[in-house]
Design a protein around this ligand. Structure first.
Ligand SMILES: [Zn+2]
Length: 187
């Protein structure tokens, strides 16, 4: 009986593993697409890409840049112009003009969202956020965690993808782990 139970548990774990692995594979592919999409940005300091996915469909996309009708220059005296929109903000506002809804969607972003974009993500009803690398701070990520949004950091470590679901409890610690790892890589 005990053996049978153990076996069932093992199978359950294995099934969960494959489901999680499948999700990670899908996430890594969408994330790679956002990295390519970021190449559309004419910003010189940093190119960021975002994709909004719902029911396995890409319903919106964005990259950082100036609003429609403005010249395609993001920087002035080596500073980013104040009216440059972030990739996430562009993806969210783009879907607002369409017949789609961001409610319950997953947002893929090359870099972690800032505080301002995180507010938009919450209000847009986005359920899940997957990002590839940290950008400066983690306060935006923390806000998303507090709002109950599933936040996943999908990163490359020692040649393979790793995925971690962030919570208010582990966010700070994970950020430090990443910082430490990156410091060893740049030596
Ligand atoms: Zn932002």
């Amino acid at each position: 009986m005990q053996e049978k139970k153990t076996l069932i548990l093992q199978i359950k774990h294995r099934l969960m593993d494959t489901r999680e692995q499948k999700q990670m594979l899908l996430d890594s592919r969408y994330l790679r697409m956002t990295q390519i999409w970021a190449e559309n940005s004419y910003c010189r300091r940093r190119q960021v890409g975002a994709l909004l996915v719902k029911d396995k469909m890409i319903i919106s996309d964005g990259y950082n840049g100036t609003p429609a009708g403005f010249e395609n220059v993001c920087e002035e005296d080596d500073h980013t112009k104040p009216y440059v929109l972030h990739a996430e903000a562009n993806a969210i506002t783009k879907v607002a003009r369409s017949n789609n809804s961001s409610d319950g969607a997953t947002l893929y972003i090359t870099t972690s969202p800032c505080m301002e974009c995180s507010k938009l993500i919450i209000q847009a009803g986005i359920a899940r956020v997957v990002f590839g690398e940290y950008y400066r701070m983690h306060d935006g990520v923390d806000l998303l965690c507090r709002a109950g949004i599933e936040v996943v950091h999908l990163w490359h470590r020692d040649g393979e993808y790793r995925s971690i679901t962030l919570t208010s409890e582990n966010s700070e610690r994970h950020y430090q782990t990443v910082e430490k790892y990156l410091a060893t890589q740049s030596q």
